[in-house]
Design a protein. Structure first.
Length: 156
């Protein structure tokens, strides 16, 4: 005949395990849901960090005009490399001549046109002022500075 104490102990252990299993099941389910939610949040954070990096790269390449340039005129000032090339072509100026007018070197003008550098606020204001000036005025200004205007090429 089995010992009643041993049987009673086994039964109590079995019932306790059964109760614990029921309690732990709810905890395991909640833990699995939390782990899933944490993994989803980590992926979302990673994608948002990637987007932030992309936006920072975009803004560093084509940064908007300096706030000082906007404050001086009261209206937003845009600067574009194509616009600078077009302005220089319209006025018939070499990069060196435009640089003299703006107070920089010709190489700086080339770098601005290539998008390798960006003019400072004071140069942007001078560029904006040049937009409303004609060829004759620029030629006169260059002659006053003692700089010969660019010779026109003739098409053959």
């Amino acid at each position: 005949m089995p010992n009643i104490g041993t049987i009673l102990k086994q039964e109590i252990t079995r019932l306790a395990r059964r109760e614990l299993r029921a309690e732990l099941l709810a905890t395991k389910k909640a833990s699995a849901q939390y782990r899933h939610a944490i993994a989803a949040l980590k992926t979302k954070v990673a994608s948002l960090e990637k987007q932030i990096a992309q936006f920072q790269r975009r803004t560093s390449k084509g940064a908007p005009a300096a706030p000082a340039a906007e404050a001086a005129s009261g209206t937003p000032v845009r600067f574009g490399t194509k616009g600078l090339k077009a302005l220089r072509g319209r006025l018939g100026l070499s990069a060196a001549q435009l640089g003299k007018i703006l107070g920089v070197t010709g190489q700086s003008v080339y770098n601005w046109e290539l998008g390798n550098a960006r003019p400072r606020a004071e140069q942007i204001q001078k560029i904006v002022a040049l937009r409303s000036v004609g060829k004759r005025d620029v030629k006169q200004y260059l002659e006053n500075l003692g700089i010969q205007p660019k010779a026109r090429r003739r098409k053959s």
